[in-house]
Design a protein around this ligand. Structure first.
Ligand code: UD1
Ligand code: CA
Length: 459
């Protein structure tokens, strides 16, 4: 008797997005809208969770995976018609059914739980979640009688001039008595401007049948934001990021310019980390405590320990220990692993390489496919030549080795502990412990060469 079903509508073509990507797969703060919706309803522990897919069905299903069951709406004939597709899955349920749209990513789980609770307390056959909108454009309007009871919902396109002035909007979230939901849906027609079967029409139908219908207004309009186009998407992103940043601040992370700091939903950050403006943290990134990320830094799917300073640099799929300094303008590409106290300086690129404790790669260097030991110094302008156009080759550099500036290290080579390369060398052979590899041609000076040079007359 007490069971709860959830239906998420995600079959529409989202034409107003003007995108090849199905609307519900567009990201808000790095997480697809459909995932925000599903993650908000999962704590309600639904007995059945059904997502209605249609346009881009396969892409949506692949993305969602086994979080939800699915039904298909082959032709998009409106939200009422979409819910009807779930009938085979729900026909035996004597419980209640929460319906949501896949394009309303802002609802908090707590607000939905309160709403369901409110419905259970009432004797309503259906309760609709409403909100007060400063600008109600685009939403269905809640039409109430003089005594305040709800009569019906009218879509903007079908609304009279007076109805369009109503600021109470339909958030697109409802709880229905499951059996009466489908009873009402069977009576919905498509006699409206869009020739669609509107889910909101079920309220008027149930009321006319003599059932009690109700409306519950959410406090914060921003939770009910529906994303139909890129303008609304940018608003949703902005509000979601403010929410995320605020939570990090409450957890002890310091922001210099939270309005211009872009942190994805899943990112974790330890306390006393200082984040300057225009920093972007994306994907499954984990940042420890006491780090300092300066303006312009972008970190994607990476893990940082504690007390690192990242100065205006790009870091992707990499791992950094503690007390590391990176940048300015360094680029850590996938599988860069920096041990504690490493320094990677300006205009350095590291890819598929481990750099051991306290080693330094200060300037204008490319380290690719290498294992570098501890306390190694890599001079300016060093290139690890790791690619022949087809294969990648690996280089090992031992502890305390000293790589002279402008060395070219043609992989694969083994440079032993405490080995040295002479500046300007092109290293093609292994270097044993304590040896210096030098590979450059001798300098010769041509005496009196100045005199053979052409000179301008007045010089
Ligand atoms: C809908 C409501 C409107 C409400 C608003 C809240 C209707 C008729 N209107 O309008 O009252 O204020 O949401 O955000 O319900 N969908 C399908 N199949 C369809 C049509 C739509 O699955 O045939 C899905 C869409 O993918 C979307 C959701 O239903 O996730 C809502 O559809 P949309 O076209 O965005 O409705 P709105 O115009 O926003
Ligand atoms: Ca919508």
């Amino acid at each position: 008797m007490n069971d709860i079903n959830v239906v998420v509508l995600a079959a529409g073509n989202g034409s107003r997005m003007k995108s090849t990507l199905p609307k519900v797969l567009h990201n808000v703060a790095g997480k697809a809208m459909i995932d925000w919706v599903l993650d908000a309803v999962l704590p309600l522990k639904p007995d059945r969770l059904i997502t209605v897919t249609g346009v881009g069905s396969q892409a949506v299903r692949n993305h969602v995976g086994d979080k939800s069951r699915f039904v298909t709406q082959e032709v998009q004939q409106g939200t009422g018609h979409a819910v009807q597709q779930a009938y085979p899955e729900l026909k035996d349920s004597q419980g209640i059914t929460l319906i949501m749209s896949g394009d309303t990513p802002m609802f908090r789980s707590e607000s939905l739980a309160d709403f369901v609770e409110e419905h259970r307390r009432s004797n309503n056959t259906v309760t609709v979640l409403t909100a007060h909108a400063e600008n109600p454009t685009g939403y269905g309007r809640i039409v109430r009688a003089d005594d305040g009871t709800i009569l019906k919902i009218v879509e903007e396109k079908d609304a009279s001039v007076t109805e369009r002035r109503i600021q109470e909007i339909n958030t697109g979230v409802y709880v229905f008595d499951n059996q009466l939901l489908f009873e009402a849906l069977s009576r919905v027609n498509n006699d409206n401007v869009q020739s669609e079967y509107y889910l909101p029409d079920t309220l008027d139908i149930l009321r006319t049948m003599g059932y009690q219908i109700g409306a519950y207004q959410i406090q914060d309009f921003t939770e009910s934001l529906g994303v139909n186009d890129r303008v609304a998407l940018s608003v949703a992103n902005k509000i979601m990021r403010q929410r995320i940043n605020r939570q990090h601040m409450l957890n002890g992370v310091e922001f210099l310019d939270p309005d211009n700091t872009y942190i994805d939903a899943q990112v974790q950050i330890g306390q006393d980390t200082l984040i300057e403006g225009n920093v972007t943290l994306q994907g499954e990134t984990v940042i420890g405590t006491g780090n300092h990320l300066t303006a312009g830094t972008r970190i994607v799917d990476s893990r940082l320990g504690n007390d690192n300073v990242i100065t205006s640099s790009q870091i992707e799929e990499s791992e950094i220990g503690n007390l590391v300094t990176v940048g300015p303008f360094a680029h850590l590409r996938p599988k860069a692993v920096l041990a504690n106290q490493v320094h990677v300086g300006n205009f350095v690129e590291v890819k598929g390489a481990e750099i051991g404790e306290a080693s330094k790669v200060g300037h204008l260097t490319y380290v690719g496919n290498a294992t570098i030991g501890k306390d190694v110094n890599i001079g300016a302008g060093t290139i690890f030549v790791n690619y022949d156009g087809v294969h990648k080759f690996h280089t090992n550099v031992g502890d305390r080795a000293f790589i002279g500036s402008n060395s070219k290290i043609i992989a694969p080579v083994e440079i032993a502990d405490e080995a040295i390369t002479a500046a300007g060398s092109t290293i093609t052979d292994d270097i044993e412990k304590h040896a210096m590899g030098i590979a450059r041609s001798r300098q010769t000076n041509k005496a009196d060469f100045w005199k053979r040079m052409p000179h301008k007359k007045d010089n």
